[in-house]
Design a binder for this molecule. Structure first.
Ligand code: DC
Length: 220
């Protein structure tokens, strides 16, 4: 199986790029952040704090994450693709992702999918923890202001009432959270190819990655 692992901080564009590459190469795309968001949405809807590990863990038995034929993410059968993008779910996802049991629950699912499919996976711990032996590993980043600007634009386009400074503060907060948690934090592994997209378009980044993958597909 060909597994392409992409990690990076919030707003680095890993999911936009992951989708583009998967479509160019004709393989599956798996947005692992969406899985953490779906768990966070369930927890919040149940009125539980995403930081309350003791209360969150038993809820995992009630959660079934699956995909519709057109690749929408389903939480217990409900299409939550839009609901998980709400601003409030972002912080909850970052919080819930600190809980080791939540990570193990989702990582098992991610590894299972990667074992049976040619797939592009993006997230925070794919290169370091989920698939350390993936054939292709990339770390995508950009300056924090640029990442905030992109996220702000995206939220605005979706009609969210939010200002740039809030988005920037939020991204900084999530950067800290995601890279300082005890279990499987965001980090660049030595064998990941670093791409700084601050001054690159999504098309350029996806060209670089697909070019690299196609150029090295026969090697190793
Ligand atoms: O990529 P995203 O913003 O949709 O991810 C939401 C949160 O999920 C992010 O703040 C951290 C967490 N996450 C994670 O811990 N590990 C992953 N592989 C993907 C996301």
């Amino acid at each position: 199986m060909i597994n392409i692992a992409i990690d990076g901080p919030s707003g680095a564009g890993t999911s936009t790029i992951g989708k583009m590459i998967a479509s160019k190469l004709g393989i599956t795309y798996l947005d692992t952040g969406a899985m953490y968001r779906a768990v966070a949405l369930y927890v919040v809807r149940r009125g539980v704090s995403p930081l309350d590990e003791k209360s969150v863990v038993p809820l995992l038995d009630e959660i079934e994450i699956s995909y519709s034929p057109d690749k929408r993410i389903l939480l217990n059968g409900e299409d939550v693709s839009s609901a998980i993008r709400e601003h409030s779910v972002s912080k909850a996802a970052s919080d819930v992702s600190k809980i080791p049991a939540v990570r193990l629950f989702l990582v098992a699912k991610q590894r299972e999918i990667a074992a049976h499919n040619d797939v592009v996976l993006d997230g925070r711990d794919i290169t370091s923890y989920v698939l350390p032996d993936a054939k292709f590993k990339f770390f995508l980043t950009a300056d924090v202001e640029e990442r905030a600007r992109r996220r702000y634009q995206e939220l605005k386009e979706r009609g969210a009432q939010i200002d740039y400074d809030t988005v920037l503060a939020d991204i900084k907060d999530r950067d800290f959270n995601d890279s300082h948690r005890a279990f499987a934090p965001l980090t660049k592994t030595d064998d990941s190819v670093l791409i700084d997209s601050t001054h690159m378009t999504a098309d350029q980044v996806s060209e670089v990655i697909t070019g690299y993958v196609l150029g090295n597909a026969q090697k190793r």
